[in-house]
Design a protein around this ligand. Structure first.
Ligand code: XMP
Length: 328
């Protein structure tokens, strides 16, 4: 009986202490695995790759080479934040590639959602591989694989399929996956413990093809800008009004049609902005967040006055099913 009584002298272990223990163990293991060789990492600014970067910076400093590819479909302020946090604050060895024109030129006139995804994914790999070919002495490729990725994808990918890279690049690298046994909430705790900013650690899910799937049909630069600007206003207002941590995912979509409106006594012919705000556990089903009407009205007023080419705002009240969360 006495054996099952918790000794009074035993201290409680906090989540932070557990996270620190994980970090310390990983730093030792990473230094042992990598030695004085170099590691390459595609740093998107998402929580997984950011945590991997922060761990490796602590473990091997300048021997980590981060590549941040801006495909032109990132949210407002994202590339700037990656540069600020990693290059300026954490002193990372960061290569920033602004590939906006290259992506948008390839996407011009392409309206099929799957074709768009393929171009974005394929071009991303090409840009990353080009950067990798320029570097000497890189022996490892770090990836932000987390446990659900492994559970979903089954057996570990073959060496020659490292990160989906072409064989000539992939075969040069051994994989480094320091967070592959963590769940998302654990990754966030580790990120917080490593000192990453809250808006990076707790950020809402953001699809790989970025704003490209929120600009349905063929992407044009002006409509993409309307998506980016309206999304920034929505995020700012949700943060100001206490909805940031409460709503699982929220964003705007600018569909490819125009409608008649009126502005300054003149007829206008502009796009609508659709607001989507959903809650879900696993993204398989989703419910709609009831946003206070006054806030919706305020966001509408801001978007229609601040975003170029927009004359209406619509709020999508469709759960999943029948609507998916994204529009493409
Ligand atoms: P749907 O639209 O299928 O989205 O209800 C479910 C969740 O998955 C995200 N999503 C993606 N994430 N690449 C990604 O990395 C994609 O192509 C992609 N498509 C959808 C979506 O944002 C939502 O969280």
């Amino acid at each position: 009986m006495a054996e099952n009584v918790r000794p009074e002298t035993m201290e409680r272990i906090t989540t932070e202490q557990l996270a620190q223990q994980f970090i310390d163990e990983q730093l030792t293991a990473l230094r042992q695995q990598i030695g004085d060789k170099k590691v390459l990492l595609a740093l998107s600014g998402g929580v997984d790759s950011s945590v991997v970067a922060a761990l490796l910076i602590k473990a091997i400093g300048q021997n980590l080479v981060c590549v941040h590819v801006n495909h032109g479909l990132l949210r407002k302020g994202e590339p700037e934040q990656v540069i600020q946090v990693f290059r300026n604050e954490l002193n990372a060895n960061l290569i920033y590639v602004d590939a906006t024109d290259r992506f948008l030129d390839k996407l011009a006139g392409v309206s099929d959602p799957e074709a768009k995804r393929k171009i974005i994914g394929g071009e991303f790999i090409d840009v990353f591989a080009e950067e990798a070919r320029k570097l000497d002495g890189v022996a490892f490729l770090a990836q932000g694989t987390i446990y659900p990725d492994i559970l979903e994808s089954g057996p570990v990918k073959s060496h020659h399929n490292v990160g989906g890279l072409p064989a000539d690049i992939a075969e040069r690298f051994e994989l480094v996956e320091p967070i592959k046994f963590l769940f998302k909430d654990e990754v966030r705790v580790v990120g917080k413990q490593l000192g990453l900013p809250d808006n990076m650690v707790y950020r809402q899910p953001f699809p790989g093809p970025g704003l490209g799937v929120r600009c349905p049909g063929a992407i044009t630069r002006d409509r993409l800008e309307a998506v980016r600007e309206s999304d920034a206003i929505l995020r700012e207002e949700f943060a100001k009004n206490g909805l940031e941590g409460k709503v699982w995912q929220y964003f705007t979509v600018v569909p490819d049609f125009k409608s008649t409106g009126v502005r300054d006594g003149q007829r206008s012919f502009d796009w609508p902005v659709i607001i989507r705000a959903v809650n879900t556990r696993d993204a398989m089903q989703a419910s709609i967040e009831p946003i206070p009407y006054e806030l919706l009205a305020h966001i509408t007023a801001r978007i229609t006055s601040e975003v170029k080419g927009v004359n209406r705002v619509l709020y999508d009240v469709t759960p999943k099913p029948t609507g998916t969360i994204e529009y493409e």
